[in-house]
Ligand binder design. Structure first.
Ligand SMILES: NC(=O)c1ccc[n+]([C@@H]2O[C@H](COP(=O)([O-])OP(=O)(O)OC[C@H]3O[C@@H](n4cnc5c(N)ncnc54)[C@H](OP(=O)(O)O)[C@@H]3O)[C@@H](O)[C@H]2O)c1
Length: 341
């Protein structure tokens, strides 16, 4: 029986959903994968930190207000000190995304890899701003840096290319990658105003208090940059993605599209050119014969054009923290199936 020690840095929607999934799958992990796990550390910003080399009680961690009540260890100085002291061999980094710099998550992943710990993250920031260096560091240290949940939550995108499409060259990417704007357009088609639709998205927890990351296209652009960088092996900077948000699309534009039998979508494109890759995000009227037309609400879709398969389309229906958690869980199983610790 193999035993893995896990640490969770960030214990919000995603960290908690992952914990519930790990608890639900505990018996299956033992019976099907011959492995057991313990969680030796959990760290947050304002809800305390807990470290126990013998394993924390994860069910209790899910209900206490202050994680500090679960530990007798001295409180780490900061997140990097936590990583060095948590005694884990796999770190899940699920702190909030920083669009501008990717920090402090880049430092979290760097310190973990330097300490010989595999890293798994749903945080797009360190991938878009630190991919090349973190990938190289992981190789040098003989550890894995996986990030399946950064784009389309638990849907297999990076593992698909890594494991199942050897020798395929990606020529273009087209897709609807931002759930909030897609739901806003769906609600506006049902007669809601732009502002009412945003308020609804905030109420159900998919849009932040400041929704500009979604409606100005930053979230879509960062996902597109991550896909381009990893799958097209092109060092695209986030600032190089041309970006137009959805603020100009009001009820009149929605009605006009409907009268033409079309729908508005915030569409991401990346196309390989002779001198690199061109990438852009903008609202577009979509024809009903496109797979993008039928993806409504919080669902998302991506189309990959390769030199060998033509168009390959992946649709993810109604994602949430639980599907993001599955992407992290799948990364964990993919790492430990191919790696002895
Ligand atoms: N929600 C989704 O479905 C989804 C989907 C795909 C990707 N993601 C990505 O997953 C990540 C986590 O999302 P989430 O929804 O779980 O966010 P969240 O609910 O805001 O949770 C973030 C967690 O990180 C902690 N934290 C913040 N700064 C920290 C620091 N410097 N050191 C240690 N802990 C820190 C917070 O502590 P406190 O609890 O004390 O505030 C909180 O526990 C984000 O990068 C997000 O973009 C989320």
């Amino acid at each position: 029986m193999r035993h893995y020690r896990l640490a969770l840095l960030g214990f919000g929607n995603v960290g908690k959903a992952l914990s519930k999934l790990l608890l639900n799958k505990q018996e299956e992990l033992t019976n099907r994968f011959n492995l057991i796990f313990s969680v030796t550390g959990i760290a947050t910003a304002k809800h305390g930190v807990a470290i126990d080399p013998m394993g924390l009680d994860l069910s209790r961690a899910l209900v206490v207000d202050d994680l500090g009540s679960l530990t007798r260890q001295p409180t780490p100085r900061d997140s990097c000190d936590f990583i060095r002291r948590c005694g884990a061999n796999v770190l899940f980094e699920n702190t909030p995304v920083n669009y501008e710099t990717g920090q402090p998550a880049i430092d979290h992943l760097r310190v973990a890899l330097e300490s010989g710990i595999h890293v798994i993250t749903a945080n797009k920031g360190p991938v878009v701003h630190g991919y090349q260096k973190l990938k190289k560091l992981a190789e040098v240290k003989g550890r894995k840096f996986y990030y399946e949940s950064t784009v389309m939550d638990g849907a297999p995108i990076f593992s698909l290319f890594r494991e199942s499409l050897p020798g395929a060259n990606l020529l273009s990417i087209h897709g609807v990658l931002n759930s909030t704007t897609n739901l806003i357009f769906s609600l506006m088609e049902q007669g809601e105003s732009f502002d009412e639709s945003i308020k609804y998205c905030q109420k159900i927890g998919i849009a932040e208090t400041d929704p500009s990351g979604d409606i100005d296209g930053y979230d879509a652009a960062i996902k597109l940059a991550v896909l381009t960088m990893v799958l097209m092996d092109f060092p695209l900077k986030l600032s190089e993605v041309k970006r137009t948000g959805i603020r100009e699309i009001g009820s009149a534009e929605i009605n006009q599209a409907q009268s033409l039998g079309k729908r508005w979508k915030l569409v991401c494109h990346a196309e390989r050119k002779e001198d690199g890759v061109e990438a852009w995000v903008s609202p577009e009227m979509i024809e009903p014969d496109s797979p993008l037309y039928h993806v409504q609400g919080t669902s998302s879709v991506v189309q990959f054009e390769t030199d060998v398969l033509g168009l390959l389309t992946i649709i993810e229906s109604d994602p949430g923290p639980q599907t993001t958690a599955y992407g992290l869980f799948a990364d964990f199983l993919n790492i430990v199936s191919n790696h002895t610790l």
